[in-house]
Design a protein around this ligand. Structure first.
Ligand SMILES: Nc1ncnc2c1ncn2[C@@H]1O[C@H](COP(=O)(O)OP(=O)(O)OP(=O)(O)O)[C@@H](O)[C@H]1O
Ligand code: SF4
Ligand SMILES: [Mg+2]
Length: 337
């Protein structure tokens, strides 16, 4: 069995230049830097679904874009199947773009409105080393559309995006990914704009791809309940850093970071009565331009002490495979005193 991770992030850091006003630029001469991703380490195994969960602005999309080299890294490395990605090597990138794909949140914007479904779904084949006949392309497109749940596929093959519903467009995006049989897919909020009835079907398609083709996923969402539903592991991100990561069932019931505990306390588990009181966090998420010292969560943490303000917590492995970046990991009861 091959144990090499499909994707390995090593101290991944992405810093953007923030917008500067006249005073910052010319009088204070201060640079505003947005620390969107701040030292991320993560391995994703073949056939594994890892969810990256966090509030708006926590750095989820930037992480996904950095993995695919759509956003330049400031420092750190992304390894794909054990080798560092070579963004300047055109042949390497051609192969990489076949093997690693992204599905975006907005199916309205991610499809070219001037192309019909056949042209959209078969476009990735243009980057293959071999050429395909029209008949071959049609067969592959029909298979991919069938897989993505557009049935009978022939009814959709020559439609344009404006002739499809949101759910159907997202299925076209999935068919476009499927045709290349990628080993790794980043799905960035892929169902957040879809009706609840379509959501479950689309999530099932991801699980089918994982099970039938051993495809690995980075599933980006702000919705913890979706993450639990389909993931093997869940990573909770806050201000560019993973606060806690572990098996999905452990993160759902036995997370040990105060931030994860606050997030989980506001969600009722499927089929389970909510017995615990909610943990309400005070204050807003600080700006990634001005990341708090020590533990970045300290201004909102109900149990922060002086040490938290000065010392960045390392990761503690509190259970096998469950890592928590907190000086005082423990059960949620300690937050409710
Ligand atoms: N190109 C850019 N230039 C400057 N800042 C950026 C850029 N892209 C993202 N950011 C900033 O980086 C931070 C992380 O953004 P990102 O889009 O990764 O968050 P997110 O977790 O995906 O949020 P959401 O849930 O709203 O999609 C934010 O503060 C955002 O404003
Ligand atoms: S390190 Fe301190 S501030 Fe940070 S989460 Fe743990 S207890 Fe809270
Ligand atoms: Mg995003």
């Amino acid at each position: 069995m091959n144990n090499t991770p499909v994707v390995s992030l090593q101290d991944l850091e992405v810093i953007f230049k923030g917008k500067q006003g006249f005073i910052d630029q010319y009088i204070l001469r201060k640079k505003k830097l947005v620390h969107a991703v701040d030292g991320l380490n993560l391995d994703i195994a073949p056939g594994e679904i890892v969810s990256l969960v966090g509030e708006s602005g926590s750095g989820k999309t930037t992480t996904g874009r950095a993995i695919l080299q759509l956003t330049p890294l400031t420092s750190g490395k992304v390894l794909f199947k054990g080798e560092e990605i070579e963004p300047r090597n055109r042949q390497y990138m051609r192969n990489f773009r076949r093997e690693a794909q992204m599905i975006f949140q907005d199916p309205y914007q991610s499809l070219n409105p001037r192309f019909n479904v056949f042209e959209i779904v078969t476009e990735p084949l243009l980057f293959e080393d071999r050429s395909y006949s029209l008949a071959e392309k049609e067969i592959l497109a029909l298979q991919a559309l069938e897989f993505a749940g557009l049935r009978p596929a022939i009814d959709y093959l020559y439609r344009f995006p404006h002739e499809l519903s949101g759910g159907q467009r997202q299925r076209v995006s999935i068919a476009t990914c499927f045709i290349m049989s990628p080993d790794f897919i980043i799905a960035d909020e892929p169902v957040s704009m879809l009706d609840a009835s379509v959501r479950a079907d689309i999530l099932k398609l991801f699980v089918n791809m994982k099970e039938e083709r051993n495809t690995a996923f980075l599933f980006i969402t702000h919705d913890l309940s979706l993450a639990w539903l389909i993931s093997d592991r869940v990573a909770i991100m806050y201000l560019g850093k993973v606060m806690e990561i572990g098996p999905a069932d452990i993160i759902s019931g036995k997370c040990q970071h105060p931030y994860s505990q606050a997030l989980t306390s506001v969600l009722a588990m499927v089929g389970e009565e909510r017995r615990q009181k909610k943990i309400l966090l005070e204050g807003e998420t600080p700006s990634p331009i001005d990341i708090p010292s020590g533990c970045r969560f300290h201004p909102r943490c109900p149990i922060a002490v002086e040490r938290c303000r000065v010392e960045e917590p390392p990761y503690h492995e509190v259970c096998p495979g469950q890592f928590v970046s907190c000086h005082f990991p423990g059960p949620p009861e300690r937050l409710r005193r």
